[in-house]
Design a protein. Structure first.
Length: 236
């Protein structure tokens, strides 16, 4: 089975999109802006809001979410990192998108390593750029700031052919790749697929890293973001 990279550039609505989304930010005006942006792409999105870590955890523990958009710093002294840790500890299959005013590559990489599947900076620019980021996420791609992509240009080779290279993966490899890009650790992937953690790590993850010519999972996510790979859920 082949995987082809498709660059996600167009901004178009998703009339049939069915997503349950949790917005975690302590500023009501910013939450409203995110809600408005999401609703412009999908009138079917079911959006929940939380202004604190406690409220966010309460929502997550009682409702299944496809996406959690999490501010890295909350006014109650809590951090988005704590929420990411909770989601991963509870083994929720939720795509975590961090949103923050901190655009340093070190912070972005740390969030990815903790289990985030994407990162949007609050200084992203105009509304069109924000919509492009959400379009990327809802299309099944990974969104990361251009600063991180540019800093890791070494991950891209001439063999990628500008994002048009086809990669051959088995169905199971595609499933593991999907879970990796959701930010799930090997232990969680093993439970999802009824495999041993050792098999996931030494067979599937190792082979996927080799196929994409990267050394680490973080590099894999960055490369997929740079090339605009769309990943479909194993359940679809």
């Amino acid at each position: 089975m082949e995987v082809k990279f498709v660059m996600v550039n167009a901004i178009a609505p998703f009339p049939d999109l069915m997503k349950r989304i949790l917005i975690v930010d302590d500023h009501a005006i910013f939450r409203l802006g995110l809600r408005t942006a999401i609703n412009s792409l999908s009138t079917n999105a079911e959006i929940f809001e939380a202004d604190s870590l406690g409220t966010a955890i309460s929502h997550l523990d009682s409702t299944s979410f496809d996406v959690a958009i999490v501010d890295i710093n909350l006014s109650d002294g809590a951090t988005g990192a704590s929420l990411i840790a909770h989601i991963r500890k509870m083994d929720y299959l939720t795509k975590i998108i961090v949103i923050s005013g901190d655009d340093t590559p070190e912070t972005i990489i740390r969030c990815i390593e903790d289990g985030a599947a994407g990162y949007i900076t609050k200084g992203i620019g105009d509304e069109r750029t924000l919509l492009t980021a959400f379009h990327c996420i809802f299309s099944g791609a990974v969104y990361l700031p251009s600063s991180v992509i540019q800093e890791h240009q070494n991950l891209l080779s001439s063999n990628d052919n500008g994002g048009n290279k086809k990669y051959k993966l088995t169905r199971r490899q595609r499933e593991v790749l999907y879970y990796i890009c959701q930010g799930l650790p090997n232990k969680s992937i093993a439970r999802k697929m009824n495999l041993s953690e050792n098999t996931v790590r030494k067979t599937y993850v190792s082979d996927i890293l080799a196929i994409f010519e990267v050394a680490r999972r973080t590099e894999l996510i960055i490369k997929i973001s740079a090339l605009g790979l769309k990943l479909t859920s194993p359940s679809t």
